[in-house]
Design a protein around this ligand. Structure first.
Ligand SMILES: Cc1cc2nc3c(=O)[nH]c(=O)nc-3n(C[C@H](O)[C@H](O)[C@H](O)COP(=O)(O)O)c2cc1C
Length: 173
């Protein structure tokens, strides 16, 4: 499904939920490429595009990663894991680069939602980011920022909440 009107964008922002339980069904690689393409259109400082991605489709590698987080069942159940890295060689300002990568991941999550798939951003696994880099045989210039687990949702019944705006706006003059 294409996000072709502002109202669809707003609906996707509000209706997207973190999906942690997946059906045992494959995901078309073309959909993941579409989602990564959208992710790569995130804004970044100086347009430095510091994000890099690794895709894990193989069950044995998913299992190994699952052993490095308390969210193991989510990682095992996903059709594909998207590892999102910061490329230090493209970096110009660590905070701004992390912000850009956050925007990139949100684009990814919104696209997956629009594709009627589901995903969750896993940060807890970052405690093992060095091990993961070694396991994947990737160079030190990459720093793991997130693992995004993607698949077909078992259900979409999750609820979530957000603080009211009155609690969030700290000044208006
Ligand atoms: C930086 C970051 C790290 C997160 N890490 C995890 C995680 O390790 N495990 C998990 O299940 N969800 C994780 N989440 C998802 C949040 O729990 C989720 O976005 C939040 O509870 C709001 O729910 P919603 O996404 O359904 O609106 C993370 C989200 C962010 C932005």
């Amino acid at each position: 499904m294409a996000l072709d009107s502002p109202s669809q964008v707003l609906a996707a922002i509000q209706e997207r939920r973190s999906i942690r339980h997946f059906l045992d069904a494959p995901v078309d690689r073309k959909l993941i490429m579409q989602a990564l393409h959208a992710a790569s259109w995130a804004p970044s400082g100086l347009n430095n595009q510091p994000w890099r991605f690794a895709l894990i489709w193989e069950d044995d590698l998913k299992q190994k990663l699952a052993g490095l987080t308390r969210y193991s069942s989510t990682l095992q159940g996903a059709a594909v894991l998207v590892l999102v890295f910061l490329d230090r060689e493209s970096s110009y300002d660590y905070v701004k680069d992390c912000q850009a990568i956050g925007a990139c991941i949100q684009n990814l999550l919104l696209t997956v939602h629009a594709q009627e798939l589901g995903a969750v951003w896993i940060g807890e696994i970052l405690k093992n980011k060095e091990k993961i880099l070694k396991m994947m045989g990737l160079p030190d210039r990459l720093e793991l920022m997130a693992v995004v687990a993607v698949g077909h949702p078992v259900h979409r019944n999750q609820s979530s909440h957000r603080r009211p705006l009155e609690e969030l706006i700290v000044a208006e003059r």
